[in-house]
Design a binder for this molecule. Structure first.
Ligand code: DX5
Ligand code: ZN
Length: 219
């Protein structure tokens, strides 16, 4: 089922050189794209560490990129305000950890920032179903989160289809974002099921022609 929203390619800064994150963001600007995906990892919810709100705050004045922030944290509710103040424009939090999820989504929305709910490949789609009316975005992980450069999980495709079907049946308008192992081939499989935001780390930064790569997904 096709999405009602135009497709967006959101390059993941995680796949750029962390000693030159500003250059990684600038590469997205130069490709003519509008969104930047920022992966925040705590070493607990996922077995890796990335960067924190100070990095967003320092990158914020350097471009007009839309900061699409993905919190892979055990306690995201303790950090959403810091990311809002740092310039996040969409914040997606995971369904799996034990914290007040609905309150956290409301907090983000009340601060006029788009809110998303994220789910891991092994999490049944029913887990996010009660929250659909409260979100602007459903972030469907197509790899186990923690590291870039992993292989796309094809068995997640039916979950995307179900989330798109609920969107249509209930006349909701959240976006569906896919993240992990997304390239121009796997991204188009997700698009056919209803996805409309394509997070691309490795595939974007390693593409020989980034404009042509993004154009294939945004077509
Ligand atoms: C994985 C992150 C992804 C990651 C995607 O934990 O959430 O955003 O950067 O990287 P690729 O596109 O390389 O799989
Ligand atoms: Zn991500």
């Amino acid at each position: 089922m096709k999405s009602p929203h135009p497709p967006i390619v959101a390059p993941s800064l995680l796949a750029s050189n962390h000693g030159r994150l500003a250059d990684g963001a600038q590469a997205v600007v130069e490709t003519g794209l509008a969104w930047l995906h920022l992966d925040i990892m705590d070493g607990h919810f996922v077995p890796n560490l990335s960067f924190g709100p100070q990095v967003l705050a320092d990158l914020r004045p350097l471009s007009r990129l839309f900061f699409d922030t993905h919190l892979m944290l055990d306690n995201p509710h303790e950090y959403v305000e810091a990311f809002i103040q740092a310039g996040a424009q969409q914040i997606s939090v995971h369904i799996e950890p034990d914290y007040p999820v609905a309150e956290t989504l409301k907090y983000i929305r009340d601060r006029n920032v788009l809110c998303g709910i994220a789910l891991n490949p092994g999490t049944p789609v029913d887990a996010v179903e009660p929250l659909l009316e409260r979100v602007d975005n459903v972030l469907v992980m197509t790899v186990q989160p923690g590291f870039g450069g992993q292989k796309f999980h094809h068995d997640v495709l039916p979950k995307i289809a179900q989330i798109a079907q609920w969107r249509s049946e209930r006349k909701l308008d959240y976006r569906i974002e896919v993240d992990g192992g997304v390239d121009d081939a796997t991204g188009l499989l997700c698009k056919a099921e209803g996805a409309d935001i394509f997070v691309c780390g490795t595939a974007f930064y390693h593409a020989p022609d980034r404009r042509a790569f993004a154009a294939r997904l945004e077509a």
